[in-house]
Design a protein around this ligand. Structure first.
Ligand code: HEM
Length: 351
C-alpha cells in the first residue's frame, strides 16, 4: 500500500480546474474558492456518514441506554459537532478573498452556487429538517439534477434523527413502572391537563407554575401545550411539532435529573443535538455575513435573493428547536420534586 494510492491523491489533487484559466483570464483566488468548497463537500460526506450511522443504531426497536450503543451514538454526535465547528472556522479562510478578487471570476460561475450542494440539503433532511419547514420550498431543489433530487427526497422520507430521538424518548420506561414510584408524594391538585398522566407531572406542573414571575404567566399555557398537548386555538403550532408531549416529558425529566448516572448519557445525547443545531446555525450566520460582505445585496449566482434568502433560512432552519425550547420549563434544582427512593435506585444503578 502506498500513501498516494490509498488516498487516491491523483484524483483529489487533480480535481482543481480553474474556469478563469480556461478562459484565459486567470484569477488567483479561484484556486482557494475551489479547494474550500471541495473540503466542505468532503466534510459534508463525513457528517452524513456519522449521522446516518447514528440513525441506523437509533432505528432499533429497543436501545439499551446502559449499553455501548448509546455511547457510540453520543460519541458520533459529538464528533459531528466538532466537525461543524471546523466548518464554521473555515469561513475565516474564505473571507481572505476580497470582493474585488471574487469579481474577477464570479460571473463565470453563474448559475452554479452552493445552493446546489445536495449533500448539504441531504444532511439537513437526515437530521430532521422537513420539507414543510423549509424556506423557499418552491426552488430549494429547482437547480439540482434528478439523481441529486432523488437522494434528498429519499432522506426526507426516511426516519430522521429528530424522529428517531422522538421515538426513543417516547419509549423511556420510568413512568410506566408503578413499583419505582411507590413512595412518591404529591399534594398538587389533579387538574384537567394532568389527569391520566403520571403523578410526577401533576407535582412538577404545580411547582413550575409557582416559579413563574407575573410577567411570565403565559408560559403556563405553553407548558400545558408542550407536555400535555392542550391546544390554545393554535392548530398551526400543533401541526408543526415534531416532538410529542410524551417525548417532551421524557426529555425534560432527563434534563432535570441528569445528575443520576443512568440519565447522564441520555442528557449528553440531547445536549449534542443542541450543539449541532448551534454550530449549523452559526455556520449559516457566518456564511450569510460573508455573503453580505462579499456581494452586498446582489442576488446569488444561484438566482436567490442572496443575503435575504440566507437570513430567512437561518431563522427557519433550526432543527432541534423543540428540544432547546424545553429549557424554558426548568425549575431550580432545590425546588425539584424529590424522587422516591425506588426511583433514585433505579436511575442511580444502586442495588
Ligand atoms: C465568497 C464566497 C461565497 C459566496 C459569495 C456565497 C454566496 C451564496 C449565496 C448568495 C447563496 C444563496 C443561493 C444563491 O442564490 O446562490 C449561497 C448558498 C449556499 N452556499 Fe454559499 N457562498 C460562498 C461560499 C460558500 C462556501 C465556501 C460554501 C461551502 C460549501 C457555501 C455553501 C453554500 C450552501 C450550502 C448554500 C445553500 C444554503 C441554504 O440553502 O440554506 N457557500 N451562497
Amino acid at each position: 500500500m502506498h500513501y498516494s494510492d490509498y488516498l487516491h491523491l491523483d484524483k483529489i489533487l487533480g480535481a482543481q480546474f480553474l474556469e478563469s484559466e480556461k478562459r484565459n483570464s486567470p484569477a488567483h483566488d479561484e484556486m482557494l474558492f475551489i479547494i474550500i468548497h471541495q473540503t466542505y463537500e468532503l466534510w459534508f460526506k463525513q457528517l452524513l456518514f456519522e449521522i446516518s450511522s447514528v440513525n441506523q443504531i437509533m432505528q432499533q426497536s429497543s436501545l439499551n441506554d446502559n449499553s455501548p450503543e448509546l455511547q457510540t451514538v453520543v460519541h458520533r454526535l459529538s464528533r459531528s459537532g466538532t466537525i461543524l465547528k471546523l466548518l464554521v472556522h473555515q469561513i475565516d479562510v474564505m473571507e481572505t478573498m476580497t470582493p474585488m478578487d471574487f469579481l474577477d471570476f464570479r460571473d463565470i460561475l453563474r448559475p452554479a452556487s452552493g445552493f446546489q450542494s445536495w449533500q448539504f440539503k441531504e444532511l439537513e433532511a437526515t437530521l430532521g429538517l422537513k420539507y414543510a419547514q423549509r424556506y423557499g420550498q418552491e426552488y430549494y431543489i429547482s437547480k439540482l439534477r434528478p439523481g441529486e433530487i432523488e437522494k434528498i427526497k429519499k432522506a426526507e422520507t426516511e426516519q430522521s434523527l429528530l424522529q428517531l430521538v422522538n421515538s426513543w424518548l417516547e419509549r423511556m420506561p420510568f413512568f410506566n413502572e408503578a413499583g419505582s414510584w411507590k413512595n412518591f408524594e404529591s399534594n398538587a391538585k389533579a387538574e384537567e391537563p394532568v389527569i391520566g398522566v403520571h403523578t410526577f407531572w401533576k407535582e412538577y406542573r404545580h411547582r413550575y407554575q409557582n416559579s413563574l414571575a407575573p410577567e411570565e404567566q403565559s408560559n403556563a399555557a405553553l407548558f400545558d401545550f408542550v407536555f400535555f398537548g392542550v391546544r390554545e386555538n393554535d392548530k398551526e403550532m400543533e401541526s408543526s411539532r415534531s416532538v410529542s408531549p410524551a417525548a417532551c416529558r421524557s426529555a425534560l425529566f432527563i434534563m432535570l435529573y441528569r445528575g443520576y448516572p443512568m440519565l447522564q448519557l441520555p442528557f449528553q445525547l440531547l445536549n449534542q443535538l443542541l450543539e449541532i443545531d448551534e454550530q449549523l446555525s452559526t455556520w449559516r450566520y457566518r456564511h450569510m455575513n460573508m455573503v453580505h460582505r462579499t456581494i452586498g445585496t446582489r442576488i446569488g449566482t444561484g438566482g436567490s435573493s442572496g443575503r435575504e434568502y440566507l437570513k430567512n433560512a437561518l431563522d427557519k432552519h433550526y432543527i432541534f428547536k423543540e428540544i432547546a425550547q424545553l429549557n424554558s420549563f426548568l425549575i431550580e434544582r432545590k425546588k425539584l420534586p424529590k424522587l422516591s427512593s425506588e426511583m433514585e435506585q433505579r436511575v442511580g444503578f444502586l442495588t
